[in-house]
Design a protein around this ligand. Structure first.
Ligand SMILES: C[S@@+](CC[C@H](N)C(=O)[O-])C[C@H]1O[C@@H](n2cnc3c(N)ncnc32)[C@H](O)[C@@H]1O
Length: 440
């Protein structure tokens, strides 16, 4: 007998005792406590190297990987983000494949999976700090010239708005010295530390009040934390308790989840979470704060942002025909707000392609877990979970169950909820849904 939660609505399929063992177990997992309140977190440091919006708690992918993937199995996350699924798969000794189009996700993932000597990284990092502090103190004019030459006008304007001049010079000194590190793996690790002091919930070394908020606010009176001590602190924290990574195969590639470079039917489990509809969480808004330092211009990043699933832009997008409930939601929204309705149509169209791809690459008799939250757009709850469950079934998946869990906002760099004038999107994001699909 499975325990059923009262909060789960009638749209879920009942778990039937005659189903195959694995599917039955999957159903059981989906109906278990997905808040992980009592879990013993294994505190695997690499999970916490860098903030990332809407990051999974490691327990979530771990639950499904541990119970559903046999040795030699491959786990896929087509929208890998901070790579929690891939890292958990690795820790459990499974091979993993991940895709993303976000440049920060790819830097972060690459850095997380590399093997390097901790003492060497610590030594190099400290030496970088010392050299950078010297550069900043004694070669200020050169740094100022470099700063002028490094960025185009629009990017300079962005930097001047969000970073104090002193901070910009300190960051440039740090980056200049990081670039000189001979060992590529350590260099990448240090770049991640560099990015980690900029992108934090409270805006780190920037003038932003809160980078987790959908719209960061500049606070001119803010005294941003000082770059060198912050870098040192973050580096030390990231290197602490660092365990050796098990040697498994991990492939993280820049690719669109809607056209994955993966053969048919070779994946044993998918655990993923797509972006929210209509850009409710705008990844690029926070990520550009560090990506500009790695050579991306604001213009380029604006173009990349349009490619994200969930982006509001509907230029050059192929809209697909949706199954009835999803179509009804889009039409309802279009009636009150044509623009938002079109963006929602884009979101479901792209997610339809992603679900089709996920079905293609998954082996038969295997599970796919999709974690989503709903949004209220122009006053309408678009019921993302119900729509995506419907679209998944349209592509051949069986819907096993939709679990529900609370979002721990403090831990997940999500927009905060306690503002008096919070938008409807913000007030809605208290829970999320864990859609369990089965490929027959
Ligand atoms: C909710 S986040 C994933 C967070 C992840 N579960 C974690 O634990 O960190 C969604 C991810 O989808 C990525 N994404 C957006 N559009 C994409 C696309 N077309 N193809 C692949 N990834 C995409 C975003 O860059 C973002 O990293």
């Amino acid at each position: 007998m499975h325990m059923r939660r009262e909060t789960v609505n009638s749209y879920m399929k009942p778990c039937s005792p005659e189903t195959e063992t694995h599917k039955e177990l999957f159903c059981h997992l989906l109906t278990s406590d997905l808040d992980f309140k009592n879990s013993q977190n294994n505190n695997f440091t690499r999970h916490y190297w860098h903030s990332f919006p809407a990051k999974f708690p490691p327990e979530l992918p771990r639950l499904f990987i541990k119970n559903l993937v046999d040795s030699g199995g491959i786990v896929l996350d087509p929208m890998a983000g901070s790579c929690v699924t891939l890292l958990e798969a690795t820790l459990l000794g499974k091979d993993a494949i991940g895709f993303d189009i976000d440049p920060l996700s790819l830097i972060l993932g690459k850095a997380k999976f590399q093997h390097f000597k901790i003492e060497e990284a610590y030594y190099e990092g400290n030496s970088v700090i010392q050299r950078a502090a010297h550069l900043f103190k004694n070669h200020r004019c050169e740094l100022e010239d470099q700063l002028k030459a490094k960025f185009d006008e629009e990017t300079t304007e962005f930097l001047d708005y969000w970073f104090k001049k002193e901070t910009q010079l300190e960051l440039l000194a740090l980056l200049t010295e990081i670039e000189k590190v001979p060992e590529e793996k350590i260099k990448l690790f240090l770049k991640l530390v560099f990015s980690g002091i900029i992108i934090t919930k409270n805006g780190g070394v920037t003038l932003a009040r809160d980078l987790a908020h959908t719209r960061p606010h500049r606070v001119l009176s803010k005294t941003p934390v000082s770059v060198f001590p912050e870098f040192s602190k973050k580096m030390f924290k990231n290197l602490q308790n660092l365990k050796e990574m098990p040697k498994t195969n991990v492939r993280l590639v820049e690719a669109n989840a809607g056209a994955m470079p993966v053969e048919n039917e070779c994946i044993d489990l998918i655990v993923t979470s797509p972006p929210y509809a209509n850009n409710a969480i705008d990844y690029m808004r926070a990520h550009k704060f560090s990506l500009v330092w790695f050579g991306y211009s604001i213009g380029e990043l604006t173009q990349t942002r349009k490619k994200y699933i969930g982006s509001e832009s509907v230029e050059n997008i192929t809209m697909v025909e949706l199954p009835s409930f999803s179509n009804k939601k889009v039409l309802q929204l279009k009636e009150t707000n044509e623009k938002k309705g079109k963006s929602l149509h884009r979101y479901y169209s792209e997610m339809s392609q992603v679900l089709k791809e996920m079905y293609r690459v998954l082996k038969p008799q295997k599970a796919c877990v999709l974690v989503v939250a709903s949004s209220v757009l122009a006053g309408l709850d678009v019921e993302t979970h119900r729509c995506l469950a419907e679209i998944g079934q349209y592509h051949g998946f069986e819907l096993v169950h939709i679990g529900e869990r609370n979002i721990d906002r403090n831990r997940r760099m999500m927009p905060v909820s306690h503002f008096r004038n919070a938008s409807q999107i913000e007030t809605r994001m208290h829970n999320e849904y864990v859609i369990g699909f089965w490929k027959p």
